[in-house]
Design a protein. Structure first.
Length: 295
């Protein structure tokens, strides 16, 4: 499960000392974005009733919708922990959502990569849970893309067949809109049903960059989340870094070492800000008493 206390301390959002207040750490982006660049203020603040707003709404309505939204992960607890509002993991993701969206807005970021040092840390579950939590906000829309080409996992997690191989979209054989599915009203997912190798070369190709840009321009989501391969084990993550505003690193509470985290920080240094380290699969519990409201 997600340990929010350690997460908040590692992110610098909670101090170990009572009464201390901290601010989220920020660092300047050290790269020139390859994908879509900075979104112009007119696009971010366009009226939903204007021509651009209506086109975006129509694009979302045209997406094929699944029978169940992301909350249906509660029914698949045998595969992943439930992430609906009433679950422990769902509450943890909602806390992270509040902190993360504040940082994104203050830095004008919206493209977040979720990765880990090695496989097995729960990156895809974390990406799905965070995307579902953000999509619960009526005012925000989220685009979630499965960019782990060697071992795609989002289709299995959501229990929904992918529309086809993501490779066909990245190579320009199919229109990007054909790869997108809508889960609920505010979450669009680009899943993949065919693992491939040598994804780094694919993501560095102009057609792949244009396809990713087309997804963003079509839906104009408030947040884009890339479910990335491990940073230390797969060169695809290095190929994706120039397309991001920030990275969230998932640490496996059983296997990830301090040296692994330090090596990830070294690889990211000067390329893209590390927004924080989330500790997953931890048995630690916060022993401090919690005040609960009674209704």
């Amino acid at each position: 499960m997600v340990n929010t206390r350690i997460l908040e301390q590692r992110l610098g959002w909670r101090s170990n000392e009572a009464g201390d207040e901290t601010e989220p750490p920020t660092r300047a982006i050290g790269h020139a974005p390859m994908l879509q660049g900075r979104v112009r203020p007119t696009e971010r603040t366009a009226s939903p009733r204007g021509p651009r707003g209506l086109a975006i709404a129509e694009a979302w309505d045209r997406l094929p919708a699944t029978a169940l939204d992301a909350e249906a992960l509660v029914a698949r607890a045998g595969l992943v922990p439930p992430i609906d509002r009433g679950s422990v993991a769902g509450a943890a993701f909602d806390q992270l959502r509040t902190q993360l969206t504040r940082v994104l807005k203050s830095n004008d970021w919206r493209r977040i990569g979720i990765t880990s040092a090695s496989r097995g840390a729960g990156r895809s579950f974390f990406a799905a849970g965070l995307a579902a939590s953000i999509a619960r906000l009526d005012a925000m829309r989220v685009l979630l893309v499965d960019t782990d080409l060697e071992a795609p996992a989002l289709a299995e997690i959501f229990g929904t067949p992918a529309p086809g191989p993501l490779e066909a979209v990245l190579t320009g054989e199919r229109d990007p809109e054909t790869q997108l599915m809508r889960l609920g009203d505010g979450l669009a997912v680009a899943m993949n049903d065919t693992p491939i190798q040598f994804g780094a070369e694919l993501f560095l190709a102009p057609d792949a960059i244009l396809a990713m840009r087309a997804m963003n321009e079509l839906l104009a989501p408030d947040v884009v989340i890339l479910d990335m391969p491990p940073l230390l084990d797969d060169p695809v993550s290095q190929a994706l870094l120039p397309q991001l505003d920030a990275v969230l690193l998932i640490s496996d509470g059983h296997n990830t070492t301090a040296a692994d985290v330090a090596e990830c920080e070294r690889l990211l240094d000067g390329l893209v800000p590390l927004i924080g380290v989330a500790l997953n699969k931890s048995e630690d519990r916060d022993t401090r008493p919690a005040t609960r409201r009674r209704f």
